[in-house]
Design a protein around this ligand. Structure first.
Ligand code: ADP
Ligand code: MG
Length: 348
């Protein structure tokens, strides 16, 4: 070979940032998810999500959480900076917060024009900071209530390839709706609202009642058909408890999107968990129909790895088969006790 080897060069900072951003921020709904998680981690009791044109024209998430002091605001949007863990040991021990990578705000800011406005609880003044395609401005004083508001505009303006892959407004909005609904259901003690193109889709009251959150999000018919599931396991089982609401076998939809499963309060989309719920219905569902479920599965923190993927919607269990069997069993028990299926009906 006479060719000279092509020179190996380090990528410049902004290229690295944009490539990394693609892993966390796939579409507007991923931005919404990260911002809601931050609001929940900040102890918010109210979260308002406002989006325009499927989030392509703008995303705003406002909370009444603990807020960020002026001196910390630049750090909040800096790369790999987090107030939630201090090292890998914390991660191994199991994370109590939804965030921990310290990369959401910096990566979103790398591929959009992001404004964060915050006033700490009890603070006398607010501060605002903008990040424009990865370039951070200076913090400025801003009038705002206690809590934090993040606005994201022109998402993917500097990553045209990614922007091209965005779907129609209505499709992008469906993804946002799914995310916001799921967090609203997972946190009935928080008042969550969703507004699209100036129309409010739903607002939960934040009373703590799961059924009332289901009523706000899915409407009366679904809320009334939901059965309570409450299942505790024996000591040393791979699952500590399973609780939540599941629908009557005849209250179904043609998509799995309404099967919301949460592991230790974290929303996960693992197909295995959704499959386990469906299995529990034991053939009572019409073909290609899926029930509604809001299912909280609590497992010992050290038996689950949430660090599998940057988007954090997938998890790995030490004993996946054990976990899914118990979920199917809990669902079946609930339907049997509710008189909706006979015990021992074949599963699957
Ligand atoms: P992570 O959530 O993984 O820590 P982020 O980039 O999402 O990383 O946020 C960085 C930091 O900014 C957080 O650790 C937190 O201290 C602060 N922060 C972000 N959003 C909020 C919010 N809504 N309220 C209060 N603090 C926030
Ligand atoms: Mg975060």
């Amino acid at each position: 070979m006479t060719d000279t080897h092509p020179e190996i060069r380090p990528l410049d900072e902004s290229t690295v940032q944009r490539i990394a951003a693609g892993e966390v921020v796939e579409r507007p709904a991923s931005v919404v998810k990260e911002l809601i998680e931050n609001s929940l981690d900040a102890g918010a009791s109210r979260i308002d999500v406002t989006v325009d044109r499927g989030g392509k024209n703008g995303i705003r998430v406002s909370d009444d959480g603990r807020g960020i002091p002026e001196s910390e605001l630049s750090r909040a949007v800096a790369e790999h900076a987090t107030s939630k863990i201090s090292g890998i040991d914390d991660l191994e021990a199991g994370v109590g917060s939804l965030g921990f990578r310290g990369e959401a705000l910096s990566t979103i800011g790398a591929v959009s024009r992001l404004t964060i406005r915050s006033r700490p609880q009890g603070g006398t003044a607010g501060t605002e900071l903008t990040v424009d395609g990865g370039t951070m401005g200076d913090p400025q004083p801003a009038g705002c209530p206690e809590g934090t508001t993040v606005e994201v505009e022109d998402l993917f303006f500097n990553t045209p390839a990614r922007k091209k892959f965005l779907k129609r407004d209505s499709t992008e909005f469906d993804h946002i709706n799914t995310v916001v609904s799921q967090y609203a259901l997972a946190n009935p003690e928080v008042a969550v609202s969703l507004t699209h193109n100036e129309r409010e889709l739903f607002a939960t009251e934040g009373s703590g009642s799961l059924r009332s959150a289901v009523l706000a999000v899915y409407g009366r018919e679904v809320a009334e058909s939901m059965l309570e599931i409450e299942y505790s396991t024996e000591e040393d089982a791979p699952v500590d408890s399973i609780s939540g609401l599941i629908s009557h076998p005849e209250t179904t939809r043609s998509t799995r999107a309404y099967l919301a499963t949460f592991v230790n309060s974290r929303y996960v989309t693992a197909a295995s968990l959704r499959g386990a719920v469906v299995d529990g219905y034991g053939g009572q569902l019409a073909p290609d129909r899926y029930p509604f479920a809001v299912l909280f599965v609590d497992v010992p923190p050290e038996s689950v790895d949430v660090n599998v993927h940057p988007r954090k919607t997938e998890v790995r269990f030490d004993d996946e088969g054990g976990v899914t069997d118990l979920i199917s069993e809990a669902v079946e028990r609930t339907l049997v006790d509710g008189g909706l299926i006979r015990s021992g009906a074949p599963r699957g």
